[in-house]
Design a protein around this ligand. Structure first.
Ligand code: ZN
Ligand code: ZN
Length: 168
């Protein structure tokens, strides 16, 4: 059992790393130790490093400073412990966060589908994108209007009560 499965490019990794990889649907799943965030870790020269970063640097090249490696869902990858460099893309922290949190949501907090005409996509200047729910957007705009109306009504009522109080 080499762990290399049917993807022989995995053998381009050092044997010590390839032995800890199981290939599944193109993903190179790290079977060695994981850190508390679920990323594979590997000891290199006495230091613990992130396995997917080590694999990327070995097979592709240096990761530009300050960038994170994103597991690209569009390439069929959603495994944090995947170390396949062709599934990894160096991105800024903001892009990575927006992809993992917002960009992968299929429904809004209220359960409306984030797709079709109900989906509003806004580009962030940071390069990420925001995905908003049209139903909720309209709803919160309506609530805001109602709130303003309620405040106005309350003030009117208060004036009326004050006048009434002044009368008695
Ligand atoms: Zn993968
Ligand atoms: Zn919604």
């Amino acid at each position: 059992m080499t762990g290399a499965g049917n993807d022989w490019s995995v053998v381009r990794l050092p044997e010590s790393m390839a032995a800890k990889v199981t290939v599944m649907n193109g993903c190179w799943l790290w079977t060695g130790s994981l850190n508390n965030k679920g990323y594979g870790q590997v000891g290199v020269g006495g230091r613990v490093k992130l396995a997917h970063r080590v694999a990327y640097e070995l097979l592709i090249g240096p990761i530009p400073e300050g960038l994170q490696l994103d597991h690209v869902r569009a390439r069929g990858c959603e495994h944090k412990n995947c170390v396949n460099p062709s599934h990894l893309e160096p991105v800024t922290c903001q892009v990575n966060n927006s992809r993992t949190a917002a960009a992968t949501k299929t429904h809004c907090v209220n359960g409306h589908p984030l797709s079709g005409t109900n989906l509003i996509v806004k580009r962030r200047t940071s390069g990420g994108e925001m995905r908003n729910c049209r139903i909720c957007n309209l709803d919160s705009a309506r609530r805001l209007r109602e709130k303003k109306g309620a405040v106005r009504r309350y003030k009117t009522d208060a004036r009326a009560r004050a006048l009434a109080g002044a009368d008695s």
